[in-house]
Design a protein around this ligand. Structure first.
Ligand SMILES: *[C@@H]1O[C@H](CO)[C@@H](O)[C@H](O)[C@H]1NC(C)=O
Ligand SMILES: *[C@@H]1O[C@H](CO)[C@@H](O)[C@H](O)[C@H]1NC(C)=O
Ligand SMILES: *[C@@H]1O[C@H](CO)[C@@H](O)[C@H](O)[C@H]1NC(C)=O
Ligand SMILES: *[C@@H]1O[C@H](CO)[C@@H](O)[C@H](O)[C@H]1NC(C)=O
Ligand SMILES: *[C@@H]1O[C@H](CO)[C@@H](O)[C@H](O)[C@H]1NC(C)=O
Ligand SMILES: *[C@@H]1O[C@H](CO)[C@@H](O)[C@H](O)[C@H]1NC(C)=O
Ligand SMILES: *[C@@H]1O[C@H](CO)[C@@H](O)[C@H](O)[C@H]1NC(C)=O
Ligand SMILES: *[C@@H]1O[C@H](CO)[C@@H](O)[C@H](O)[C@H]1NC(C)=O
Ligand SMILES: *[C@@H]1O[C@H](CO)[C@@H](O)[C@H](O)[C@H]1NC(C)=O
Length: 889
């Protein structure tokens, strides 16, 4: 297990390494970069040292030995990409303080056994990609008890010394991907969090070939062609999670694995791409009452499931079989009978057509059921009979699902969340009185079944309702004859997402009273609903509303009363409408408003009295892309903007051509009313004038303190030679436009979000590489990854919690980062699909973030998504040169 006290220094070390790479790389002879001489000595033999940070970078210097004339207090040493072949006992004697040592991409063939002995504080050792690597037979890491990360990837290792893991107390990760290990004999070991043996030549998990005594969280043996397994070897493992697959595993091998697991403490077993197929009778017998709680078969060949087939998996809590290669036509409750402990069942992407066709009663006590990405067409009232404790049901991406009937009889008495995203619902009945979240977004039905007063009448507990892009018409949400709204009775609704329903206002405007009963609603999104007029009372009843978004509509005018009932409103977004002027009283009751966007409208004049009520509350204002007429009447605005209020998109907040002459087409913030708008009364007296000037100057300095600070900051940058440098090459100079690196499980996001957005926003980018499927054929996998990264104009790396646990993914991430260091070009953009807890964040990602490299957070929030796409588009269209030397302001 990882231990915080070990990790902390480790991460610090990683960060040091990275920044040293970049700052030092920058230095080596890139003529375009200003030369930096502050605290960096251009040093011996081409190595670059930062004496203050105790880093030395000798990457790519044609070295054939470890240089002996670096500073003796060096802590971070990068020797990657050289021709070093031998490490001597004396190689590091001069540098006993090294904590981080990178000798990857050399040709190290021999290491004297005492070579690392001087490095008593070594945390982090990279020896990957030394194609003929041989480690000393014994004792190599004897003195390195702090060692946390040992990278031995892709080094054609044929054997691993039996004491490799003996000396480190808490090794975090041992990477041994893609070597040629055919046996392991680790008979003495402390704790290691993960050991990754993917892609070696292990064939026999037997006492002769596989001895592994470490206490380990994850042992990954995928892509080894395992042919024999001795159950006792599995039984002797002290591993929490065991991962196998990548080659077909015979029934005998599986049987022995199960026997072994039944005698071990292994909690989690994953078999991916292992050709696991039909389960013979009694297949799972050994696992009866074993400690296994999570079983994950993905991308296998499951077929012909039968009654009670899993009944001996009595202790399993979570069972998942996803992306099966063969269709699993029917899911029947009796398959799972006997699984007494089962709570989470995941059956995504298996081409399932029917669930429970014979109206059986479920006997398992599920709380979460995932059925996404299948071929379901109909869910009748009796399908989930018996699942009285089910709280979460995901039926998204069932593109043919058109009929869903959950009645009082269905028995889903505790259901709280239902996903119907991307279905084709035309018949919907929901008797689910405690449901809290419902997503019926991205509907593709020809006929939307929602009816005001009927469809949601049994959803009184609903808190979140997502109907984005659902093809809604006004009839779906408002009954004109009875004055009844679809939302009537949703007295607990907090978030309502209605964006991208362009037909919503096709027939008539949104009527007043439509949101009347939503008195606790906090967020309302009506982006892109083709709204032209807003009735003055349309938002009446929304007394708790905090966020209102109306982006991308056709609104011309906002009546004084529209916002007047929104006393709690904090954020309003009118971006991308056609508003040409603002009423004086429109914000009169919005004194809590902090964020306001009026971007991309037709505003020419801004009246001080309009903004008076929100003068002190606003902290962020967007006026960009309006034809603002800058004249002396706007002095109040400039004064206001010089308060600590954030003007969004300053560069695009431009004075129109109707402005005062010197201001035309200039940024609004260049307008200095005190310069242009002071009337020259002539010189009455020189002495008072002098004193007045003094006062004016002091006032100005005070008023413009932020700008001045910024200017000072720029000046400081200029002094150290910082310049934002664009890379001159554009996408046409590359073989590919955008290369997207993502983890398989995130494919859905790529398909549903990223692909369409790229198509819509970046039409000039046609030659895109989406993940492994588009890699260059006929090349070794890693070479292909490398090739695509280095031949793409931009690379997007999509991070999720699952992704960062995938070692292939991390390897690709590292490849991309290496190229950033090598090319000094900021061509990588990292996208966080979700928050990744600190303790799961891989060091590479931390390193990336700590260097201020571009990254963006995906959000479920629609406004956030708009911002996300804007940011991403911006990031994808330019390439900056890397620069880490921005001083702190
Ligand atoms: C540092 O050592 C290298 C050999 O490792 C040598 O080529 C270089 O000239 C030395 N520089 C100085 C200043 O001693
Ligand atoms: C380093 O190794 C590469 C590849 O083996 C070789 O082409 C190059 O000449 C070597 N450089 C030196 C200085 O030995
Ligand atoms: C290197 O150090 C090890 C351990 O101290 C020692 O056993 C070995 O003889 C040394 N090798 C040489 C060539 O000095
Ligand atoms: C490693 O193997 C050698 C001989 O093969 C043996 O003498 C030594 O005790 C072993 N060390 C450990 C830690 O098992
Ligand atoms: C594994 O190492 C132990 C000592 O560390 C040794 O006794 C044993 O013979 C080795 N096993 C194999 C198969 O090499
Ligand atoms: C479950 O295991 C028992 C023995 O433990 C065996 O008799 C029974 O047939 C197994 N059930 C199934 C469905 O495999
Ligand atoms: C299952 O129940 C549904 C109604 O809930 C009914 O339409 C269907 O015919 C039943 N199927 C069988 C096989 O009994
Ligand atoms: C639901 O959970 C309760 C408490 O854990 C349990 O007693 C009950 O049997 C469960 N109901 C079903 C239908 O499994
Ligand atoms: C519906 O509301 C409108 C306007 O408030 C009103 O004129 C009409 O009488 C109402 N109709 C019903 C059936 O309440």
């Amino acid at each position: 297990m990882a231990n915080g006290s070990i990790l902390y220094p480790l991460l610090v070390a990683c960060l040091l390494v990275s920044s040293s790479f970049q700052s030092l790389h920058r230095h080596d002879g890139d003529a375009a970069m200003p030369s930096l001489t502050l605290d960096i000595d251009k040093s011996f033999h081409g190595c670059d040292q930062n004496l203050e940070l105790k880093k030395a970078s000798c990457s790519n210097k044609d070295l054939d030995t470890v240089p002996q004339n670096l500073s003796e207090d060096t802590e971070v040493l990068d020797l990657s990409k050289n021709n070093i072949t031998k490490l001597f006992n004396s190689s590091f004697e001069l540098y006993p303080l090294i904590t981080s040592l990178d000798i990857s991409h050399n040709d190290v063939r021999s290491i004297e056994s005492g070579a690392f002995y001087p490095l008593k504080g070594l945390l982090y050792l990279f020896l990957s990609a030394n194609r003929r690597l041989v480690l000393p037979a014994t004792g190599a890491f004897m003195m390195s008890s702090q060692l946390s990360i040992l990278e031995l990837t892709a080094s054609n290792l044929k054997s691993l010394p039996n004491d490799t893991l003996q000396w480190g107390l808490h090794i975090y990760i041992l990477h041994l991907w893609f070597n040629q290990l055919s046996f392991i004999n680790i008979s003495s070991c402390g704790m290691v969090k993960s050991v990754i043996l993917t892609g070696n030549r292990l064939q026999h998990l037997t006492a002769r070939d596989f001895i592994f005594v470490c206490h380990t969280d994850t042992l990954d043996l995928t892509k080894n062609h395992i042919q024999t397994v001795d159950p006792d070897v599995i039984a002797s493992l002290h591993v929490r999670s065991l991962v196998l697959g990548g080659y077909p595993l015979s029934d005998e091998v599986l049987a022995n694995i199960f026997i072994g697991i039944s005698k071990s403490d292994i909690e989690q077993l994953t078999i991916e791409k292992g050709s696991v197929g039909a389960f013979p009778e009694d297949f799972f017998d050994p696992l009866r009452d074993s400690s296994l709680s999570v079983l994950d078969f993905n991308s296998n060949d499951l077929s012909s499931l039968y009654s009670l087939v899993f009944s001996n998996l009595t202790k399993l809590i979570q069972f998942s079989f996803t992306y099966n290669n063969l269709p699993i036509d029917e899911i029947q409750p009796d398959f799972f009978e006997g699984m007494k402990a089962l709570r989470v069942l995941i059956i995504n992407y298996n081409q399932v057509r029917q669930v429970n066709p014979h109206n059986q009663t479920w006997t398992v006590d599920l709380s979460e059921f995932y059925l996404s990405g299948n071929l379901l067409t109909e869910i009748s009232a009796s399908v989930f009979l018996g699942l009285g404790n089910l709280t979460f049901l995901d039926m998204s991406s069932n593109k043919y699902l058109s009929f869903l009937e959950l009645t009082a009889f269905s028995g889903l008495d505790n259901i709280q969340t239902i996903y119907l995203t991307e279905s084709r619902i035309t018949v919907l009945e929901l008797y689910t009185p405690i449901l809290r979240s419902l997503s019926i977004n991205s509907l593709r039905s020809e006929y939307n079944p929602l009816r005001p007063g009927a469809s949601f009448q049994h959803l009184q507990s609903l808190v979140n309702l997502d109907m984005k892009d659902s093809g809604l018409d006004i009839w779906n949400i408002w009954n004109e004859n009875r004055n009844v709204s679809l939302f009537d009775g949703l007295l607990n609704l907090i978030n309502l997402e209605l964006s991208s329903n362009p037909s919503l206002c096709f027939i008539s405007d949104l009527p007043p009273g439509i949101f009347q009963q939503l008195s606790v609603l906090q967020e309302l999104n009506l982006d892109r609903c083709d709204i032209t007029n807003l009735h003055p009372l349309v938002f009446s009843g929304l007394e708790s509303l905090q966020k209102l978004s109306l982006k991308g509509n056709n609104i011309h005018h906002i009546h004084d009363d529209i916002l007047s009932g929104l006393g709690q409103i904090k954020s309003i977004n009118f971006e991308g409408n056609r508003i040409a002027y603002l009423e004086e009283l429109m914000f009169s009751n919005n004194w809590k408003l902090t964020d306001l966007s009026l971007a991309n409208n037709g505003l020419t004049r801004l009246n001080q009295s309009t903004f008076k009520p929100i003068f002190s509350s606003i902290s962020s204002l967007d006026l960009s892309m309006n034809p603002i007429d800058c004249n002396c009447e706007l002095k109040w605005l400039i004064d206001w903007l010089n308060k600590p209020i954030r003007l969004i998109d300053k560069e695009n907040t431009i004075c129109s051509s109707a402005s005062l002459e010197p201001l035309r087409e200039k940024p609004l913030l260049h307008f200095d009313p005190n310069e242009l708008c002071i009337i020259n009364y002539g010189i009455f007296s020189l002495i008072p004038l002098a004193s007045i000037s003094l006062v004016v100057i002091s006032v100005l300095v005070y008023h413009y303190r932020w700008q001045l600070r910024y200017k000072l900051f720029l000046l400081k940058l200029a002094v150290v030679g910082y310049k934002e440098m664009r890379d001159a090459r554009d996408n046409n100079d590359y073989e590919f436009d955008v290369n997207i690196i993502f983890y398989d499980d995130d494919e859905e996001w790529i398909r549903e979000q990223l692909r369409p957005a790229l198509e819509e926003r970046l039409q000039q980018f046609q030659r895109n590489v989406f993940g492994d499927e588009d890699l260059v054929l006929g090349m070794h996998y890693l070479d292909s990854v490398d090739y695509v990264v280095s031949h793409s104009y931009k690379t997007i790396i999509v991070l999720s919690r699952a992704a960062v646990h995938d070692h292939w993914f991390i390897l690709k991430f590292r490849t991309a980062m290496d190229h950033v260091s090598d090319t000094l070009t900021e061509f990588v953009v990292v996208v966080f699909l979700e928050d990744i807890p600190d303790d799961e964040m891989p060091f590479l990602a931390r390193l990336y973030l700590s260097d201020g490299r571009p990254y963006i957070h995906w959000t479920e929030n629609v406004r956030g998504q708009e911002y996300f796409w804007d940011e991403l588009t911006k990031n994808l269209t330019i390439n900056l040169r890397t620069n880490d030397l921005i001083p702190n302001e």
